[in-house]
Design a binder for this molecule. Sequence first.
Ligand code: GAL
Length: 439
Amino acid sequence: MKKHRLTIFIFSLMLLQSANIFAQQAGKTEAIYSGLPWYDQNGKVVSAHGANIVQQNGKFYLFGEAHSDTSNAFAGFNCYSSKDLYNWKFESVALPVQKNGKLGPNRVGERVKVMKNPFSGEFIMLMHVDTLGYKDQFVGYATAKNIAGPYQFKGPLLFKGKPIKKWDMGTFQDDDGTGYLLTHGGMIHQLSKDYKSIIAEINPAITTGFESPTLFRKNNTYYFIGSHLTSWEKNDNYYYTSKSLSGPWTARGLLAPKDKLTWNSQATFILKISGTKDTTFMFMGDRWSFPKQLSTANSKSIIRKTILPGDQTISLTGNWKSSTIDSISIIRSDETKASLSFNFSGKQIGLYAVLLPDNGYAKVEIRDKKGKIIINNIIDLYSKSPMLQLAFLSPMLPKSDYKVTVSVLGERPNWSDKRKSLYGSTGNNITIAKLIIQE
Ligand code: GAL
């Protein structure tokens, strides 16, 4: 992979407590902020898990799972568009919850992948369909004439008249336009010319596990990425390469440095961007956080002023402990509603946290001069591997005086998987390293 430029793009599915009043205006965001809440043109957080991106008429179209913070039931697949991959416009709920049937109420719909069929011009959407308890999985499909939909759900994708009864899936389009379905374990099936059925099994399973199958081609080599079987828990994703989709596949080890948990994400798609000088492959991963499906990030920031935990201008309520982790000064609390407040004058505020296995959710509120709450987000400070991260970055605000309050929500991400094994955090702590301000 050394020669390739791999951009990391971590999708966070953020659930909004209330819509932020100040949206990042189109053209105002100048970089991809991995793993932070992104705001669409309406000031709502971009909600798109298990995503993929399709390029069409000079724009990027992003498709992903919409979610709620109360249940994992299918809430529709959202579609956003962007000219630059930074500023996203909400286009539509491309496939809404159906009135009844396999993608009706209280069902699961995941890992939406859209492809434009180069032969018919039609848009084909594939997805994992299931019951809430993951007992009736198959790969389904929907079709549309226009990229943003509306998509018509057609039911299972058939191979020799039978559905593909697999859960994690992905798609790949080769340079000749042939479409492929990828399923967990590393299986590859070739789609028919219209992408509406399967005509052949191209590759048998390579290994057990290998969820979130994601494949791309660079020159004459195919790269096949997958995750370990740990539900929504982030793990060190690994990959194989081959000169042919039917193998043999050579194990290449981990995709990211060991214990970085694939930059604290699970692979979902690789976007190939053909530029004038070079071709870039952008890694897209999910940072899941059940039940709140909120997220954090690591990215460079343009912010200038830094406020450390010991700063006299920070006011604390409740019980907090100061210490250091890897020489980083932190303050930490697990008392529900314990809070840290700070008055600032400027345009933007960010929060660095040390993510830890016993961290839970933090609530971030920004008030204006009149005390009115203008931003209200829940952020997830949990990670199985400890790491320092920019966990919150506000949208650009009009330059003024504000008060930020970060408090312990008293809840944590935790869930069980398809086999009822337990995952997630062991505590409700929030662990804060610093605040950063753009004046
Ligand atoms: C993961 C899978 C996700 C979702 C989750 C539920 O392994 O990649 O798409 O199904 O399990 O536990």
